[in-house]
Design a protein around this ligand. Structure first.
Ligand code: MG
Ligand code: ZN
Length: 227
């Protein structure tokens, strides 16, 4: 029996050209947010703790402005609409797994992706400052403090039944790339795949991924680093 193909696609820096949390902080956060960002990238604090700290800098009463700003400035990577259509035609399951926050992830993806196909963090604007909620926090055995835990989500898909494909760009995709059956990488994730000897296919647009998945279906052997 052929396995069911399931795709876990990152959002920030993968579907969108740039990172939305960074763009939001550059525009709205007071000085000091850069230090928190550096602590996250330097792995001195977990992603979950760092993101909570970043959003606690933002007043809740500007929620509408935050969403509008990101909707206006976000650029979608070429080929994404065609990619979504391709996965539907090929009956592949497509999930978006994102460390982003619901108030911008859902509206940006609204033209293409139904909410039940999206895993991301939540938000609470009822207090003075923005509080982030974690409906998909780490479960055993992950203790990374991922925030939105991609390994936990992927582990729910039995590898005997599913062929699990990961698409991503950065450090937040590394743990899940290690568990995947197939990886598409760009930017920093490429470097990390080399370091950890994870086989991957590089991409710069979603057209590259469509082409590669099409050749997979033709039975091409996909062992080893395909760059
Ligand atoms: Mg990313
Ligand atoms: Zn985790």
């Amino acid at each position: 029996m052929d396995k069911i193909e399931v795709i876990f696609c990152d959002f920030d820096g993968t579907i969108t050209e740039k990172d939305n949390i960074t763009a939001l902080m550059e525009q709205f956060a007071p000085h000091g947010w850069e230090e928190i960002k550096d602590q996250i990238l330097g792995e001195q604090i977990s992603i979950q703790r760092g993101v909570a700290k970043l959003f606690s800098l933002l007043p809740s009463d500007r929620q509408h402005e935050y969403t509008q700003f990101l909707l206006e400035q976000t650029v979608i990577r070429p080929g994404f609409a065609e990619f979504v259509q391709f996965t539907e035609e090929k009956q592949m399951q497509l999930y978006i797994v994102s460390g982003g926050i619901d108030f911008f992830v859902y509206p940006i993806l609204e033209p293409w992706i139904r909410p039940e196909k999206i895993y991301c963090n939540g938000s609470d604007f009822t207090n003075e400052r923005v509080r982030i909620l974690w409906p998909h926090a780490c479960e055993e055995p992950c203790t990374n403090g991922c925030g939105c835990c991609k390994p936990t989500i992927l582990r729910r898909f039995d590898p005997r039944i599913y062929h699990r494909i990961v698409i991503g760009d950065s450090i937040t995709d590394l743990a899940v790339a290690k568990l995947a059956d197939e990886v598409y990488a760009r930017d920093f994730l490429i470097k990390k795949c080399h370091e950890h000897r994870i086989p991957y296919t590089p991409f710069s647009s979603f057209y590259d991924i469509i082409r590669s998945l099409n050749s997979d279906n033709g039975g091409e052997d996909k062992n080893g680093i395909t760059q």
